[in-house]
Ligand binder design. Structure first.
Ligand code: ARG
Length: 564
């Protein structure tokens, strides 16, 4: 049921000599004001063809259009506004949802194609940052959205487990570290060593040489260096895993940078065979001047490979392994240049699939207006953020619903869900400041508000002792409050496709908020449990809301407690 399409079709019957069906559908818009109806068709485009003014064209079309779902139409200047038949539309929408349930909105657009999603990808021996949290939750939501549109997402955690920083870390550990301290508190202690190294290196630049030497040893397979690296990696992963468990996110692959160590020579050879490498002060680079980009650094003068080299190896590997039609990289926008270079080098290598690589950038999270930097030790520990969110949620539950069973479990779902939802509700490119108090609110445009709305809707069904609906019945609604809800139910499949097309989870989050708001208005004005000819339909609408809010939240990776 797509009423926009139905209206577009009836317009097309009238306008087929001048506009394609798809064009008409795209022109149809939602009027800003409710008194202007449910859909508006602007007639400007036709002015040239008909050599008349748009207002006149609108009134002429008005006379000719007819459809079983159009109640009436009106012209306002150049616009032709349509008022839909609530009864007819609500019947079609509700019956479709009741039939399809959790499959409502699903499609097979993707035809099962693999889509590798590079996401999360924190760096070993450092705390997972708020930026990595963003990458994790945006990547996961995109994977869910892709799955529902028929793709096969592959969640890849491209761990930052290789690179010069490990030389620095080993150097620092040898100078100032101890085994007991790392064991007791791995991430904190490794971070301390890393920060110390940078502070000391400012005073004693020769330390950098020592760090470089250790990295070289690591790349050459030195036993001591490898053992330390392995140990740091294991401890770090265990810490990251705690966060992933709380977010309820699983990865299909943890192939990080180190996984590509033995695949890099091939890349360098391929580049060389294709005559793409130039020597520049001892370093091997790929010139990208014709792309208006800085050269890509492939191999340093001491033979050490780089971030770019590993990403090239990873892209080749993913293409070979997953034969992808698109590959996503959910990484902060500060790395935009890197991904432009990556694509450019792959294009230079004549791989047509280079254009199917998409960097999905996102904005920065600041704290009190300032950027967070690991080097200076200015970090927010994610675990602490999640703990704080959960305990604030618990406090609010104690206040609102002290009798609730499993309070702690629900508080965890609400607190963590609040952090995730907050991250996803704005356009991903927006920067935002993180204040925990704002995040865990039961009112306003928040995750807990949506979760709470759904729990409330469920409790209505419970009171009415309704758990299933006979799909052979017809459910029709005629009041204005349910109409606003019906429209949002109807829009869900299209919303999902928009979220996919724009790689934008916020589209789903906004749908969840609007649906919650419309439902709460409906519930405040319509006495759902009172006897009324439309009582069953109203309950069916309540059910539809519980179902769709669950879908929205699940797509975003937010849990859905039935009671809170
Ligand atoms: N580990 C990197 C960082 O924290 C992110 C990796 C992103 N993915 C990639 N394929 N380069 O900055």
């Amino acid at each position: 049921m797509d009423y926009k399409l139905l209206v577009a079709e009836s317009l097309h019957d009238v306008l087929k000599d001048h506009l394609e069906l798809n064009e008409i559908k795209q022109l149809l818009e939602k009027p800003k004001m409710a008194e202007h109806g449910d859909l508006a068709f602007p007639a400007f485009q036709l002015a040239k063809v008909f050599r008349k003014n748009p207002a006149q064209i609108a009134s002429e079309i008005k006379e000719e259009v007819s459809s079983p779902i159009i109640e009436k139409s009106e012209t306002v200047g150049p616009y032709l506004n349509f008022f839909l038949k609530k009864e007819e539309v609500s019947r079609l929408v509700l019956n479709e949802l009741l039939k399809e349930k959790d499959q409502y909105g699903s499609s097979n657009l993707g035809n099962g194609q693999n889509v590798p999603i590079d996401m999360s990808s924190p760096n070993i021996a450092k705390p997972m940052s708020m930026g990595h949290l963003r990458s994790t939750v945006i990547g996961n939501a995109l994977a869910n959205i892709l799955e529902k549109t028929g793709f096969n997402p592959v969640r890849i955690n491209y761990l930052g487990d290789w690179g010069t920083q490990f030389g620095k870390l080993i150097s620092a550990y040898k100078k100032w570290g101890s085994e007991e301290e790392v064991r007791a508190n791995p991430i904190k202690e490794l971070l301390r060593l890393y920060v110390t190294f940078h502070e000391e290196a400012e005073k004693h630049p020769e330390l950098e040489d020592d760090g470089r030497a250790w990295f070289k040893k690591l790349e050459d397979g030195n036993e001591e260096a490898l053992a330390l690296w392995n140990w740091f990696r294991k401890e770090s992963l265990a810490e990251f895993q705690k966060v992933y468990d709380r977010l309820n996110i699983q990865f299909d692959s943890y192939n990080g940078e180190a996984f590509y160590n033995d695949k890099m020579e091939d890349v360098v050879r391929l580049l060389d065979d294709k005559n793409l490498l130039t020597l520049n002060q001892g370093a091997h680079i790929v010139d990208l001047e014709k792309y208006d980009l800085n050269p890509a650094l492939i191999k340093k003068s001491d033979g050490a490979t780089l971030y770019m080299t590993r990403d090239l190896a990873a892209a080749l590997y993913r293409q070979k392994t997953y034969d992808f039609s698109q590959a996503l990289y959910v990484v902060g926008q500060e790395q935009s240049n890197h991904f432009k270079q990556l694509k450019a080098v792959l294009s230079e290598m004549d791989y047509e699939w280079a254009e199917n690589i998409h960097h999905i950038p996102f904005g920065l999270i600041t704290k009190d207006g300032k950027k967070l930097s690991t080097r200076k030790g200015k970090v927010v520990l994610l675990e602490e953020v999640l703990n704080e969110a959960a305990s604030q949620a618990l406090r609010q539950i104690e206040e609102k619903n002290p009798e609730l069973e499993n309070k702690e479990v629900v508080a965890e779902q609400v607190g963590v869900g609040a952090v995730v939802f907050h991250d996803l509700k704005n356009d991903r490119l927006n920067n935002f400041d993180f204040t925990i108090e704002e995040v865990v609110q039961f009112e306003g445009e928040t995750g807990p508000y949506v979760q709470y709305t759904r729990a409330r809707a469920l409790s209505i069904l419970k009171k009415a002792e309704k758990s299933s609906f006979d799909v052979s019945e017809e459910y029709t609604l005629t009041d204005d409050y349910s109409w606003e809800v019906i429209k949002l139910v109807q829009e869900f499949p299209e919303t999902l496709l928009r979220a996919y097309n724009q790689y934008e989870p916020s589209v789903i989050a906004k749908h969840a908020i609007h649906l919650s708001q419309a439902f709460n208005k409906f519930y405040a004005n319509i006495r759902v449990l009172d006897e009324h000819p439309e009582k069953e339909s109203r309950l069916a609408l309540v059910y539809a809301v519980t179902e769709l809010l669950k879908q929205d939240l699940t797509l975003l990776g937010v849990q859905t407690p039935d009671q809170m």
